[in-house]
Design a protein around this ligand. Structure first.
Ligand code: NIG
Ligand code: FE
Length: 417
């Protein structure tokens, strides 16, 4: 691939040398270079600087006049492998049923599991591929994808094999998470130990042997998996080298955070329902360095199911590292638009535009263990970049919440749109 020199960039956003997570107030600092150039060699960022110091050369040049150039979004929490949408439940919700009531009726995750077990692996792959294509055009360059709609040995393995194929075929960076413990399948409704044994004895050994997952996740929630069950499942996964990342405190605060901290989870996700003590526990562990994990907030899930928004300000003030992600799934967040996530984070959670952009890039990459590869404009990282249309300022991005501000997207050195 010939080197590409991108010139006259109005503003090059999130230029930094150090790829670590941004804790507490550090999230507010978003380093930028105005009137900049950027050199892309093969699939990597080779160098960048201000236009007054542009190197001479014969590279292919691309003018980005009037445009902001940002690292592509790192969406660190999704469930994009699913068989079908669930808009009938959406209508039930409009009529007044809660997320928990729909789940108790056999809807929700169980509904998705039934549909998933009825489609072939190829069909599932084709549907997920389409979603991946859709989100990449909206600026997503890295994405975490979970299983959890199989809930049988074959179903979970089918989902994970689809994710593996997506990894192999897509230009995007993909991380795979085993979420067999998403809910109890009907035959195990009253036999929790039986399903957990199946996860541990039948699913995990195959997942490890075929290298089908990078992480293990559990939906730790009332009516789903208890903190003790969560710990047992994660400990088994950790023996195969799968690091935990958890769904905690979405609907209730039941001790998932203590469990996550004990397990040293890479990421604790959702956090809609937080007590003051939950927040101070996370803050303390983050500040004293006992926990190096990320709090992944999913504002579109709160938006869609009508939950309170995650307490981003309090978590930042407590010293936590915040990431933002879409939770793209058919039940609680049927969309994968990171631009809208950032808008909601600013509008509803009072994050500043710079904080939201850092949370969706640098900290999102950390939440996927990709901080040496993506998430900032850093020499040696992958050239996965968002080129905006001419916009007046960076704050315009979250402000113009329903305008498509993206002109082109580059993934690994190549324009995909
Ligand atoms: O992250 N809450 C658990 N899992 C998903 C929703 C799954 C579904 O409703 O299909 C979430 O919100
Ligand atoms: Fe989720």
């Amino acid at each position: 691939m010939p080197a590409k020199l991108i010139t006259h960039i109005k503003c090059l956003v999130n230029t930094r040398e150090t790829p670590g997570a941004l804790y507490g107030n550090a999230l507010a600092e978003l380093p930028c270079i105005e009137n900049a150039w950027l050199l892309v060699e093969d699939d990597e960022i080779a160098a960048f600087g201000s236009m007054n110091s542009m190197p001479p050369g014969t590279n292919e040049t691309v003018s980005a006049s009037g445009q902001f150039v940002l690292p592509a979004w790192c969406d660190s929490h999704t469930h994009i492998v699913f068989a079908a949408s669930r808009e009938e439940e959406f209508v039930d919700k409009i009529k007044g049923l809660s997320y928990a009531e729909i789940a108790a009726k056999g809807g929700g995750i169980l509904n998705s599991a039934q549909k998933l077990n009825e489609v072939t692996e190829d069909e599932l792959f084709a549907r997920a591929w389409q979603r991946l294509d859709e989100v990449s055009k909206m600026g997503t360059g890295a994405i975490e994808i979970k299983s959890g709609y199989g809930l049988t040995v074959e179903g979970e393995l089918k989902m994970l094999r689809v994710i593996k194929r997506l990894k192999e075929k897509s230009r995007l960076h993909i991380r795979s998470t085993f979420l067999g413990a998403h809910t109890y399948p009907l035959p195990y409704k009253n036999n929790h130990a039986g399903y957990i044994n199946q996860i541990i004895d039948e699913m995990l050994p195959v997942i490890a042997a075929e290298k089908l997952a990078d992480y293990i996740d559990v939906f730790c929630e009332k009516g789903f998996f208890s903190p003790e069950e969560t710990e047992r499942i994660c400990s088994a996964g950790m023996q195969y080298g799968l690091k935990p990342r958890l769904h905690v405190n979405q609907l209730n605060s039941i001790g998932g955070i203590e469990t996550g901290l004990r397990l040293n989870a890479l990421s604790l996700d959702h956090l809609e329902t937080m007590t003051e003590s939950d927040i101070s526990m996370l803050g303390k562990a983050s500040r004293n360095g006992n926990w190096k994990g990320i709090c992944t907030l999913l504002p579109t899930a709160a938006f869609f199911i009508g939950m309170p928004y995650q307490p981003a300000r309090k978590l930042i003030d407590a010293g936590c590292a915040i990431a933002l992600a879409t939770d793209y799934n058919p039940g609680s967040s049927p969309g994968g638009n990171m631009n809208f996530v950032i808008s909601l984070a600013c509008i509803q959670m009072k994050m500043l535009p710079g904080e939201a952009i850092n949370a969706a890039t640098s900290n999102g990459a950390c939440a996927m263990g990709l901080n040496n590869t993506l998430g900032s404009i850093t020499p040696g990282k992958k050239a996965s970049l968002i080129f905006t249309r001419p916009i007046p300022s960076l704050a315009y991005l979250p402000y113009a919440f329903s305008t498509n501000c993206i002109n082109r997207v580059m993934i690994g050195g190549e324009f995909i749109s």
